[in-house]
Design a binder for this molecule. Structure first.
Ligand code: FES
Ligand SMILES: [Fe+2]
Length: 430
């Protein structure tokens, strides 16, 4: 085959008319080494055979196997590779606990939400006994999805032929099935999925053997015990789809380095970067803290809050619960993003927020909620622009991962977590 580069090919990028060839370059980059056109399937197959495979998993583990003082951002290929996304889906999203919202969003029996977790349609519904039931959202007849969106139902009713299920997933009715001798209503029950409520968060996992959330995240419970996170009341939630890789947005949330610049028009001036503290990571999460100056009154403790003392009254926790629950917990309000990949270049986002209990039930609370929501909409828009620009940049031929600041320690910890989950790296904790 006639190639316009003698160097080993590691990666192919198929455009509308051409195949771009890349070779591996350390640290963490791919170098464009040639072009072939026109791009047809036969040529692509031949080139694939000639490739010296770039393994994004080993590129990531190479990049995190350095002291933090020398650390760089993750290699671009871990954000753009379909193969890496498959590994994340299999090893992370199909195994870890994923947040699908706040418990208060499913307060009453019949309240439900639907979610696609690692490609599996699931539903979560509050049962008549007050417990949450998570189960497959695939009908046991001819396998239609059953519920869509969120809302309140009396029964789970399939929109195709009308089979109905009780809120615990047992089959309740199936019209015109009496002549099938093999059909036994009692033997049909939607497969259950594990679901736990933890400090007001609804967590689900496809892994039957995953250790309980309360065990995994016990350290967070003691870390922020005086905040009483379970008591914060959600006032709004929405779903977004942004054009960036899920990790770009997760990383954006877990560092406050970008606040003064990306958020100059909103919250950038409310916190001092020299007071940010980025402690070592823990197995299931990382966090950092910043101190707020009180220019936004709900970001510091309410006078009625006697549980928080000293600097804790103006401390904000930025909690990154692996893989994708990102919580900003201030003494007066909270907000969060829960992320799920939607292909390599898109992320599904559940966004919500609300106030600490002391701020509710007073004449100002409605105004404070709407001001908070307006502020966060502006903040999100700033983050959307920044993270979509990063994804565009990552996809460029000349994208190279640079060194990171001490304020981006959580990003390095997150990269190590990912490298461990997809294989090839083992984290050490004290
Ligand atoms: S597929 Fe659900 S009732 Fe037929
Ligand atoms: Fe941000």
């Amino acid at each position: 085959m006639q190639l316009n580069s003698p160097r080993p090919i590691s990666f192919l990028h198929l455009t509308n008319s051409r195949i771009i060839l890349y070779g591996r370059e350390i640290p963490g980059g791919l170098r464009r080494i040639g072009l072939v056109g026109p791009a047809n399937e036969g040529r692509k197959r031949e080139l694939k055979t000639a490739m010296t495979k770039v393994d994004p998993v080993s590129m990531l583990s190479d990049s995190v196997r350095v002291p933090f003082e020398n650390a760089r951002a993750m290699p671009p290929i871990v954000y753009t590779s379909e193969e890496f996304l498959d590994r994340e889906t299999r090893d992370i999203f199909a195994k870890e606990w994923i947040c699908v919202g706040r418990s208060s969003s499913l307060a009453d029996p019949g309240d439900y939400l639907t979610y696609e977790l690692a490609g599996q349609p699931i539903l979560v519904v509050r049962g008549r006994d007050g417990r949450l039931n998570a189960m497959s959202n695939v009908c046991l007849h001819r396998m239609s999805t059953i519920l869509h969106g969120s809302g309140n139902v009396r029964l789970l009713s399939c929109p195709y032929h009308g089979w109905t299920y009780n809120l615990d997933g047992s089959l309740r009715g199936a019209p015109a099935m009496g002549n099938n001798r093999g059909f036994c209503k009692q033997s049909y029950k939607l497969p259950r999925i594990r679901c736990e409520e933890w400090l007001g968060w609804i967590m689900v996992t496809l892994d039957e053997n995953a250790s309980p959330v309360s065990q995994r995240l016990a350290e967070i419970e003691s870390l922020v015990a005086d905040f009483q996170m379970a008591e914060y009341l959600e006032a709004f939630n929405e779903n977004f789809l942004w054009n960036t890789n899920w990790k770009v947005l997760a990383e954006n949330f877990m560092e406050s380095y970008h606040l003064p610049v990306c958020h100059a028009a909103t919250i950038g001036g409310h916190s001092k970067m020299d007071e940010a503290v980025c402690p070592p990571g823990r197995p299931a999460f990382n966090f950092h803290t910043i101190l707020k100056d009180g220019s936004l009154p709900i970001s510091v403790a309410h006078p009625k809050n006697v549980g928080l003392v000293g600097d804790r009254r103006r401390t904000t926790y930025l909690l990154s619960i692996y893989p994708s629950l990102l919580i900003t917990l201030t003494p007066g309000y909270f907000w969060y993003l829960s992320l799920h990949p939607n292909g390599v270049g898109q992320v599904r986002i559940l966004f919500g927020g609300g106030l600490a209990r002391e701020f509710f039930g007073n004449p100002d609370s409605d105004r404070q909620v709407s001001e908070l929501k307006e502020l966060l909409i502006d903040v999100n828009e700033e983050d959307r622009k920044c993270t979509e620009r990063v994804y565009k940049g990552l996809c460029a031929d000349l994208a190279r991962p640079g060194h990171i600041s001490h304020l981006e320690r959580p990003n390095f910890l997150f990269a190590q977590y990912l490298a461990e989950k997809v294989g090839g790296f083992e984290r050490q904790f004290d």
